[in-house]
Design a protein around this ligand. Sequence first.
Ligand SMILES: [Zn+2]
Length: 373
Amino acid sequence: MASGQTRTGKAQYFDGLSSARHAVVVEAAPDALRILRPDGALLATWPYDDLRQQTAPDSMMRLRRSGGPELARLELRDPELIALIDDYADSLDRSGGAERRLRKRVIVWTVAAAASIVLVAVYGLPALSNQIAPLIPLPLEERFGVVMDKQVRAMLDDGKAGQAFECGLTDAEKPGRAALDALIGRMEAAAGLPISLKTAVVRKSDANAIALPGGHIYVFEGLIRRSRTPDEMAGVIAHEIGHVAHRDGTRSLLQAAGLSFLFGMLLGDFTGGSLVVIAARTVVQSAYSRDVETAADLYGVSLMSGIGGDPKALGTILDRIAGQVEPGSKILLDHPQTKDRIVAINAAADASPAKITPLLSAAEWAALKRICG
Ligand SMILES: [Zn+2]
Protein backbone atom coordinates (compact mmCIF):
# COMPACT_ATOMS: atom_id res chain seq x y z
CA MET A 1 0.00 0.00 0.00
CA ALA A 2 0.96 3.67 -0.13
CA SER A 3 3.39 3.01 -2.94
CA GLY A 4 4.80 6.12 -4.49
CA GLN A 5 3.40 8.40 -1.84
CA THR A 6 5.60 11.08 -0.32
CA ARG A 7 4.71 12.81 2.90
CA THR A 8 6.45 15.45 4.97
CA GLY A 9 6.08 16.43 8.58
CA LYS A 10 7.81 18.03 11.52
CA ALA A 11 10.22 16.16 13.76
CA GLN A 12 12.99 16.62 16.28
CA TYR A 13 16.49 15.68 15.16
CA PHE A 14 19.51 15.03 17.36
CA ASP A 15 22.67 14.83 15.30
CA GLY A 16 24.54 12.85 17.95
CA LEU A 17 27.48 15.24 17.82
CA SER A 18 26.03 18.04 19.90
CA SER A 19 23.34 18.00 22.54
CA ALA A 20 21.22 20.45 20.59
CA ARG A 21 17.91 19.35 19.25
CA HIS A 22 16.92 20.57 15.84
CA ALA A 23 13.42 21.21 14.62
CA VAL A 24 13.45 19.60 11.20
CA VAL A 25 11.19 18.54 8.39
CA VAL A 26 11.16 14.85 7.58
CA GLU A 27 10.30 13.74 4.10
CA ALA A 28 9.24 10.12 3.73
CA ALA A 29 9.75 9.39 0.04
CA PRO A 30 9.50 5.94 -1.56
CA ASP A 31 13.30 5.61 -1.85
CA ALA A 32 14.55 7.05 1.44
CA LEU A 33 13.88 9.17 4.46
CA ARG A 34 15.25 12.70 4.17
CA ILE A 35 15.93 15.09 7.04
CA LEU A 36 15.70 18.73 6.03
CA ARG A 37 16.27 22.02 7.77
CA PRO A 38 13.17 24.22 7.93
CA ASP A 39 14.65 26.27 5.12
CA GLY A 40 14.78 23.16 2.94
CA ALA A 41 18.52 22.39 3.15
CA LEU A 42 19.24 18.66 3.26
CA LEU A 43 20.77 17.53 6.56
CA ALA A 44 20.81 13.77 6.05
CA THR A 45 19.39 10.95 3.97
CA TRP A 46 18.54 7.70 5.80
CA PRO A 47 17.84 4.58 3.71
CA TYR A 48 14.85 2.66 5.05
CA ASP A 49 16.93 -0.49 5.44
CA ASP A 50 19.18 1.33 7.88
CA LEU A 51 16.39 2.52 10.17
CA ARG A 52 16.19 1.10 13.66
CA GLN A 53 13.44 1.86 16.12
CA GLN A 54 14.20 2.68 19.73
CA THR A 55 12.02 2.53 22.80
CA ALA A 56 9.88 5.64 23.03
CA PRO A 57 6.66 6.86 24.59
CA ASP A 58 3.57 5.43 22.94
CA SER A 59 2.67 8.32 20.66
CA MET A 60 6.26 8.79 19.48
CA MET A 61 8.44 7.04 16.92
CA ARG A 62 12.14 7.26 17.77
CA LEU A 63 14.51 6.27 14.97
CA ARG A 64 18.22 5.63 14.76
CA ARG A 65 20.29 4.98 11.72
CA SER A 66 22.19 1.72 11.82
CA GLY A 67 25.91 2.50 11.75
CA GLY A 68 25.29 6.18 12.48
CA PRO A 69 26.45 8.06 15.57
CA GLU A 70 25.23 6.34 18.73
CA LEU A 71 23.11 9.24 19.92
CA ALA A 72 21.87 10.52 16.58
CA ARG A 73 18.13 10.07 16.44
CA LEU A 74 14.92 11.33 15.02
CA GLU A 75 11.73 11.75 17.01
CA LEU A 76 8.40 11.88 15.18
CA ARG A 77 4.88 12.38 16.48
CA ASP A 78 2.89 12.80 13.28
CA PRO A 79 0.76 9.60 13.15
CA GLU A 80 0.32 9.63 9.38
CA LEU A 81 4.02 10.19 8.78
CA ILE A 82 4.84 7.40 11.25
CA ALA A 83 2.44 5.04 9.48
CA LEU A 84 3.99 5.78 6.10
CA ILE A 85 7.53 5.17 7.40
CA ASP A 86 6.28 1.92 8.93
CA ASP A 87 5.01 0.92 5.50
CA TYR A 88 8.21 1.75 3.67
CA ALA A 89 10.64 0.28 6.17
CA ASP A 90 10.19 -3.48 6.29
CA SER A 91 13.03 -4.09 8.72
CA LEU A 92 11.71 -1.35 10.93
CA ASP A 93 8.26 -2.83 11.14
CA ARG A 94 9.64 -6.10 12.43
CA SER A 95 12.03 -4.66 14.96
CA GLY A 96 9.43 -2.12 15.97
CA GLY A 97 6.90 -4.89 16.47
CA ALA A 98 9.35 -6.84 18.61
CA GLU A 99 10.08 -3.72 20.57
CA ARG A 100 6.40 -3.05 21.15
CA ARG A 101 5.75 -6.68 22.15
CA LEU A 102 8.65 -6.61 24.58
CA ARG A 103 7.48 -3.33 26.03
CA LYS A 104 3.96 -4.71 26.44
CA ARG A 105 5.30 -7.83 28.13
CA VAL A 106 7.39 -5.84 30.55
CA ILE A 107 4.36 -3.73 31.43
CA VAL A 108 2.20 -6.82 31.96
CA TRP A 109 4.83 -8.39 34.15
CA THR A 110 5.50 -5.29 36.13
CA VAL A 111 1.81 -5.05 36.88
CA ALA A 112 1.65 -8.75 37.66
CA ALA A 113 4.63 -8.56 39.97
CA ALA A 114 3.22 -5.56 41.80
CA ALA A 115 -0.20 -7.21 42.06
CA SER A 116 1.40 -10.40 43.30
CA ILE A 117 3.11 -8.65 46.17
CA VAL A 118 -0.21 -7.24 47.29
CA LEU A 119 -1.89 -10.62 46.88
CA VAL A 120 0.81 -12.40 48.86
CA ALA A 121 0.30 -9.94 51.67
CA VAL A 122 -3.46 -10.30 51.63
CA TYR A 123 -4.14 -13.89 50.68
CA GLY A 124 -0.85 -15.79 50.77
CA LEU A 125 0.85 -17.65 47.96
CA PRO A 126 -1.76 -20.23 46.90
CA ALA A 127 -4.31 -17.57 46.03
CA LEU A 128 -1.62 -15.60 44.28
CA SER A 129 -0.70 -18.49 42.03
CA ASN A 130 -4.31 -18.98 41.00
CA GLN A 131 -4.51 -15.34 39.97
CA ILE A 132 -1.18 -15.18 38.22
CA ALA A 133 -0.90 -18.51 36.41
CA PRO A 134 -3.48 -17.61 33.73
CA LEU A 135 -1.55 -14.42 33.00
CA ILE A 136 1.67 -16.18 32.11
CA PRO A 137 2.03 -16.07 28.33
CA LEU A 138 1.97 -19.56 26.83
CA PRO A 139 5.20 -19.05 24.87
CA LEU A 140 6.93 -18.35 28.19
CA GLU A 141 5.45 -21.47 29.73
CA GLU A 142 6.64 -23.48 26.74
CA ARG A 143 10.15 -22.10 26.99
CA PHE A 144 10.24 -22.94 30.66
CA GLY A 145 8.95 -26.42 29.89
CA VAL A 146 11.87 -27.05 27.54
CA VAL A 147 14.39 -26.17 30.24
CA MET A 148 12.53 -28.21 32.85
CA ASP A 149 12.29 -31.18 30.51
CA LYS A 150 16.06 -31.72 30.71
CA GLN A 151 16.15 -31.29 34.46
CA VAL A 152 13.21 -33.60 35.15
CA ARG A 153 14.62 -36.33 32.93
CA ALA A 154 17.90 -36.12 34.81
CA MET A 155 16.00 -36.31 38.09
CA LEU A 156 13.81 -39.25 37.11
CA ASP A 157 16.55 -41.29 35.44
CA ASP A 158 18.05 -43.51 38.13
CA GLY A 159 20.31 -45.16 35.56
CA LYS A 160 19.01 -48.58 36.53
CA ALA A 161 17.65 -49.30 33.10
CA GLY A 162 21.12 -49.56 31.61
CA GLN A 163 19.72 -48.31 28.33
CA ALA A 164 18.23 -45.15 26.90
CA PHE A 165 15.93 -43.54 29.46
CA GLU A 166 13.33 -42.82 26.80
CA CYS A 167 11.59 -45.77 25.16
CA GLY A 168 10.43 -45.99 21.57
CA LEU A 169 13.67 -44.87 19.95
CA THR A 170 15.14 -48.15 18.61
CA ASP A 171 13.90 -49.83 15.47
CA ALA A 172 12.29 -52.60 17.51
CA GLU A 173 10.47 -50.05 19.67
CA LYS A 174 9.33 -47.71 16.93
CA PRO A 175 6.05 -49.52 16.08
CA GLY A 176 5.00 -48.96 19.71
CA ARG A 177 5.92 -45.32 19.44
CA ALA A 178 3.86 -45.03 16.23
CA ALA A 179 0.82 -46.55 17.96
CA LEU A 180 1.19 -44.12 20.86
CA ASP A 181 1.63 -41.17 18.50
CA ALA A 182 -1.57 -42.08 16.67
CA LEU A 183 -3.49 -42.23 19.96
CA ILE A 184 -1.97 -39.03 21.35
CA GLY A 185 -2.73 -37.31 18.05
CA ARG A 186 -6.42 -38.12 18.41
CA MET A 187 -6.45 -36.98 22.02
CA GLU A 188 -4.67 -33.75 21.14
CA ALA A 189 -7.11 -33.03 18.31
CA ALA A 190 -10.07 -33.61 20.63
CA ALA A 191 -8.51 -31.56 23.43
CA GLY A 192 -7.85 -28.45 21.31
CA LEU A 193 -5.02 -27.28 23.55
CA PRO A 194 -3.38 -23.90 22.95
CA ILE A 195 0.04 -25.61 23.06
CA SER A 196 1.25 -28.83 21.51
CA LEU A 197 1.89 -31.96 23.57
CA LYS A 198 5.37 -33.46 23.80
CA THR A 199 4.96 -37.01 25.00
CA ALA A 200 7.78 -39.35 26.03
CA VAL A 201 7.66 -42.90 27.39
CA VAL A 202 10.36 -43.34 30.04
CA ARG A 203 11.83 -46.39 31.75
CA LYS A 204 10.28 -46.03 35.18
CA SER A 205 8.56 -48.93 36.86
CA ASP A 206 5.78 -47.00 38.64
CA ALA A 207 2.34 -47.08 37.08
CA ASN A 208 2.35 -43.35 36.66
CA ALA A 209 2.49 -40.37 34.36
CA ILE A 210 3.63 -36.80 34.91
CA ALA A 211 2.75 -33.55 33.17
CA LEU A 212 5.12 -30.60 33.05
CA PRO A 213 4.39 -27.01 32.15
CA GLY A 214 4.59 -26.42 28.43
CA GLY A 215 2.78 -29.61 27.41
CA HIS A 216 5.44 -32.20 28.30
CA ILE A 217 3.98 -35.51 29.43
CA TYR A 218 6.03 -38.48 30.63
CA VAL A 219 4.30 -41.84 30.43
CA PHE A 220 6.05 -44.34 32.67
CA GLU A 221 6.87 -47.79 31.36
CA GLY A 222 5.12 -49.19 34.44
CA LEU A 223 1.84 -47.56 33.44
CA ILE A 224 1.86 -49.24 30.05
CA ARG A 225 2.84 -52.56 31.59
CA ARG A 226 0.11 -52.41 34.24
CA SER A 227 -2.66 -51.15 31.92
CA ARG A 228 -4.92 -53.99 30.86
CA THR A 229 -6.51 -52.02 28.06
CA PRO A 230 -5.46 -49.06 25.89
CA ASP A 231 -8.28 -47.18 27.58
CA GLU A 232 -6.75 -47.51 31.05
CA MET A 233 -3.47 -46.06 29.83
CA ALA A 234 -5.26 -43.41 27.76
CA GLY A 235 -7.44 -42.51 30.75
CA VAL A 236 -4.34 -41.71 32.80
CA ILE A 237 -2.84 -39.71 29.94
CA ALA A 238 -6.16 -37.86 29.52
CA HIS A 239 -5.98 -36.93 33.21
CA GLU A 240 -2.46 -35.55 32.64
CA ILE A 241 -3.66 -33.62 29.59
CA GLY A 242 -6.19 -32.11 31.98
CA HIS A 243 -3.29 -30.82 34.08
CA VAL A 244 -1.75 -29.33 30.92
CA ALA A 245 -5.03 -27.71 29.90
CA HIS A 246 -5.57 -26.28 33.39
CA ARG A 247 -1.91 -25.19 33.64
CA ASP A 248 -1.66 -26.92 37.01
CA GLY A 249 2.10 -27.43 36.71
CA THR A 250 2.67 -23.73 36.24
CA ARG A 251 0.40 -22.93 39.16
CA SER A 252 2.16 -25.34 41.48
CA LEU A 253 5.52 -23.88 40.47
CA LEU A 254 4.25 -20.47 41.42
CA GLN A 255 3.27 -21.86 44.80
CA ALA A 256 6.62 -23.53 45.35
CA ALA A 257 9.00 -20.97 43.97
CA GLY A 258 6.75 -17.94 44.34
CA LEU A 259 8.09 -14.60 43.37
CA SER A 260 11.51 -15.85 42.31
CA PHE A 261 9.72 -17.88 39.65
CA LEU A 262 7.76 -14.83 38.60
CA PHE A 263 10.80 -12.65 38.33
CA GLY A 264 12.77 -15.38 36.62
CA MET A 265 10.04 -15.49 34.02
CA LEU A 266 9.93 -11.73 33.83
CA LEU A 267 13.63 -11.60 33.10
CA GLY A 268 13.54 -14.62 30.84
CA ASP A 269 16.19 -16.25 33.04
CA PHE A 270 15.10 -19.86 33.15
CA THR A 271 18.53 -21.34 33.01
CA GLY A 272 19.60 -19.90 36.34
CA GLY A 273 20.24 -23.27 38.00
CA SER A 274 18.47 -23.27 41.34
CA LEU A 275 15.13 -22.11 39.98
CA VAL A 276 14.99 -24.97 37.52
CA VAL A 277 16.01 -27.51 40.15
CA ILE A 278 13.32 -26.29 42.53
CA ALA A 279 10.80 -26.38 39.72
CA ALA A 280 11.69 -29.90 38.66
CA ARG A 281 11.56 -31.20 42.22
CA THR A 282 8.19 -29.57 42.70
CA VAL A 283 6.71 -31.20 39.64
CA VAL A 284 8.13 -34.63 40.44
CA GLN A 285 7.49 -34.76 44.16
CA SER A 286 4.68 -32.53 45.30
CA ALA A 287 1.04 -33.58 45.16
CA TYR A 288 -1.82 -31.57 43.80
CA SER A 289 -4.79 -30.72 45.94
CA ARG A 290 -7.91 -32.81 45.81
CA ASP A 291 -9.81 -30.16 43.86
CA VAL A 292 -7.10 -29.97 41.24
CA GLU A 293 -7.05 -33.76 40.86
CA THR A 294 -10.82 -33.88 40.59
CA ALA A 295 -10.81 -31.25 37.87
CA ALA A 296 -8.18 -33.21 35.94
CA ASP A 297 -10.21 -36.40 36.38
CA LEU A 298 -13.33 -34.74 34.97
CA TYR A 299 -11.34 -33.32 32.10
CA GLY A 300 -10.00 -36.81 31.45
CA VAL A 301 -13.49 -38.29 31.45
CA SER A 302 -14.76 -35.86 28.84
CA LEU A 303 -11.63 -36.21 26.73
CA MET A 304 -11.97 -40.00 26.76
CA SER A 305 -15.60 -39.67 25.71
CA GLY A 306 -14.51 -37.28 22.99
CA ILE A 307 -12.23 -39.86 21.37
CA GLY A 308 -14.67 -42.73 21.81
CA GLY A 309 -12.70 -44.34 24.63
CA ASP A 310 -14.04 -45.80 27.87
CA PRO A 311 -14.40 -42.81 30.21
CA LYS A 312 -14.48 -45.10 33.26
CA ALA A 313 -11.15 -46.76 32.49
CA LEU A 314 -9.24 -44.19 34.53
CA GLY A 315 -11.25 -45.23 37.58
CA THR A 316 -10.68 -48.88 36.79
CA ILE A 317 -6.90 -48.61 36.82
CA LEU A 318 -6.93 -46.28 39.81
CA ASP A 319 -8.97 -48.82 41.72
CA ARG A 320 -6.64 -51.67 40.83
CA ILE A 321 -3.30 -50.09 41.55
CA ALA A 322 -4.00 -47.38 44.12
CA GLY A 323 -1.64 -47.66 47.04
CA GLN A 324 0.88 -49.70 45.08
CA VAL A 325 3.00 -46.77 44.06
CA GLU A 326 6.53 -46.21 45.27
CA PRO A 327 6.75 -43.40 47.81
CA GLY A 328 8.05 -40.11 46.51
CA SER A 329 6.50 -40.49 43.08
CA LYS A 330 3.08 -39.08 43.26
CA ILE A 331 0.86 -37.04 41.05
CA LEU A 332 -1.62 -39.56 39.94
CA LEU A 333 -2.10 -42.52 42.14
CA ASP A 334 -1.19 -42.19 45.78
CA HIS A 335 -3.96 -39.81 46.53
CA PRO A 336 -5.78 -40.66 49.75
CA GLN A 337 -9.23 -40.03 48.31
CA THR A 338 -8.92 -42.57 45.53
CA LYS A 339 -12.33 -44.10 46.24
CA ASP A 340 -13.99 -40.70 46.06
CA ARG A 341 -12.25 -40.01 42.79
CA ILE A 342 -13.49 -43.24 41.28
CA VAL A 343 -17.06 -42.49 42.32
CA ALA A 344 -16.83 -39.04 40.74
CA ILE A 345 -15.29 -40.43 37.55
CA ASN A 346 -18.05 -43.00 37.17
CA ALA A 347 -20.75 -40.45 37.88
CA ALA A 348 -19.38 -38.07 35.26
CA ALA A 349 -19.11 -40.90 32.74
CA ASP A 350 -22.70 -41.98 33.41
CA ALA A 351 -23.95 -38.41 33.12
CA SER A 352 -23.00 -38.21 29.45
CA PRO A 353 -22.86 -41.71 28.00
CA ALA A 354 -21.01 -41.97 24.69
CA LYS A 355 -20.38 -44.69 22.19
CA ILE A 356 -17.20 -46.62 22.97
CA THR A 357 -14.98 -47.82 20.15
CA PRO A 358 -11.52 -49.47 20.32
CA LEU A 359 -8.78 -46.86 20.72
CA LEU A 360 -6.12 -49.11 19.21
CA SER A 361 -6.15 -52.28 17.16
CA ALA A 362 -4.93 -55.45 18.87
CA ALA A 363 -1.70 -55.22 16.86
CA GLU A 364 -1.13 -51.59 17.84
CA TRP A 365 -1.71 -52.31 21.51
CA ALA A 366 0.67 -55.27 21.34
CA ALA A 367 3.30 -53.02 19.75
CA LEU A 368 2.76 -50.35 22.38
CA LYS A 369 3.21 -52.95 25.12
CA ARG A 370 6.68 -53.59 23.68
CA ILE A 371 7.64 -49.92 23.41
CA CYS A 372 10.33 -50.34 26.07
CA GLY A 373 11.79 -53.45 24.44
ZN1 LIG B 1 -3.16 -35.58 38.63
